[in-house]
Design a protein around this ligand. Structure first.
Ligand SMILES: *[C@@H]1O[C@H](CO)[C@@H](O)[C@H](O)[C@H]1NC(C)=O
Ligand SMILES: *[C@@H]1O[C@H](CO)[C@@H](O)[C@H](O)[C@H]1NC(C)=O
Ligand SMILES: *[C@@H]1O[C@H](CO)[C@@H](O)[C@H](O)[C@H]1NC(C)=O
Ligand SMILES: *[C@@H]1O[C@H](CO)[C@@H](O)[C@H](O)[C@H]1NC(C)=O
Ligand SMILES: *[C@@H]1O[C@H](CO)[C@@H](O)[C@H](O)[C@H]1NC(C)=O
Ligand SMILES: *[C@@H]1O[C@H](CO)[C@@H](O)[C@H](O)[C@H]1NC(C)=O
Length: 324
């Protein structure tokens, strides 16, 4: 039994579980919804549809021109009904607008799907909870296409409008499309990280029971390092994608009432997995060095049985060599 193999084994088990969670967080409604890559707050999306917007406070200046383009794009008798519908919610835009135009209050991106829902108790409450309504079907390499999701929901919504009616900037989806390759790579890297962490668990079991083979230590170190690198690169990509996606959405979207937030919990999870695999790799380097030294000592002890009086001297030499 080599008890010291237990520590890197524990690290590999933790990384394996975290990797699984990062792949599957949010894969069905309500499962680790907080661990999203990012969320979009769409509770005030389309506030520029409302005549004389005084609430929401986000950008009263932009509304007059948007209303103009919106009204001109619709037939007259449709317009009047919308105006009538939306007039009633001016006091409570943030909490009612989304429902009024047929979309959800938030959309969250996970690695394999997109979830959506409403804020509880309401959208203006600080730190409101996410009440999940549905999630898209999970796919191995999900492509974040918020534009078509919103457009479809608006078209089937009560007002039968579409994104061009609320001046949705095409720059948002253009910016997001550039990031989808990064998300695909992340998926593959997590899969590699999980697979190698799984192999590392088995290999450290071997190290636990087969005493002190340096080859096993070396193999373990290799697996731990590979897993560490996969998680490291994946985490870097996730960090960059989060930063760029929230930036592009907030840059073009704030004006029309959509806000993006980074998923801090997901980021924490992915960097913790990097840290534990780093610890595992370091532990195997230490193990390798200690194993080397022990083997040297075992050898001198064996020879000392035969050579009797040289015992002490070789032992001292051994200690001196190892710098004690
Ligand atoms: C206005 O609505 C009425 C029914 O409510 C419909 O018959 C008419 O065609 C509509 N006009 C236009 C221009 O859409
Ligand atoms: C939102 O919920 C909080 C807590 O329940 C409440 O104090 C607040 O008045 C609500 N806001 C609106 C606009 O309903
Ligand atoms: C969503 O965005 C609106 C508009 O900026 C804001 O008033 C509201 O507090 C936000 N809700 C949450 C839960 O962040
Ligand atoms: C979540 O939303 C559903 C409707 O979509 C509602 O019936 C339910 O009460 C909400 N849950 C909470 C905790 O507010
Ligand atoms: C999701 O999957 C179910 C069955 O697995 C299928 O019936 C449904 O059409 C799918 N939905 C979408 C949007 O692909
Ligand atoms: C939105 O609807 C208008 C007509 O109502 C149409 O001309 C336009 O192409 C539509 N835009 C999208 C993105 O579907």
């Amino acid at each position: 039994m080599r008890i010291s193999a237990l520590f890197p084994m524990a690290c590999a088990i933790v990384a394996f579980i975290l990797g699984m969670l990062m792949l599957f967080a949010g894969h069905k409604p309500g499962f680790m919804e907080d661990y999203h890559i990012l969320t979009l707050n769409t509770s005030t999306l389309g506030h520029n549809l409302i005549p004389n917007t005084t609430t929401s406070g986000s950008s009263p200046t932009s509304t007059s021109s948007s209303i103009g383009s919106f009204f001109s794009s619709l037939a007259h008798n449709v317009t009047s009904t919308i105006e009538g519908d939306l007039d009633g919610i001016i006091d409570d835009v943030a909490d009612k607008l989304a429902k009024e135009i047929g979309i959800k209050q938030w959309y969250s991106l996970h690695l394999m799907d997109l979830c959506e829902g409403t804020y509880t108790p309401n959208a203006t409450e600080k730190g409101a909870n996410l009440n999940v309504s549905t999630c898209s079907n999970q796919t191995a390499m999900y492509h974040f296409d918020i534009t078509s999701v919103l457009n479809q929901e608006l078209e089937v919504g009560p007002l039968h409008i579409n994104l061009s009616d609320i001046d949705w900037p095409s720059d948002i989806q253009k910016g997001l499309n550039d990031l989808n390759a990064g998300l695909d790579a992340t998926f593959v890297l997590y899969a590699i990280g999980i697979a190698t962490a799984g192999c590392a668990i088995i290999a450290s079991l071997a190290a636990l029971f087969l005493n002190g083979s340096r080859l096993i230590s070396f193999g373990n170190w290799g697996l731990a390092t590979l897993s560490f690198l996969a998680f490291l690169v994946a985490s870097i990509i996730v960090t960059v994608v989060q930063k760029k996606a929230t930036h592009v959405i907030n840059k073009y979207g704030n004006e029309i009432g959509v806000y993006a937030y980074k998923g801090v919990k997901y980021l924490t999870l992915t960097w913790v997995s990097v840290a534990v695999m780093a610890l595992a790799a370091i532990a195997w380097v230490v193990e390798f060095c200690i194993g080397k030294r022990n083997r040297g000592r075992e050898y001198t002890e064996k020879t000392s049985h035969r050579t009797g009086w040289r015992h002490r001297r070789s032992d001292e030499a051994q200690l001196r060599r190892s710098g004690v």
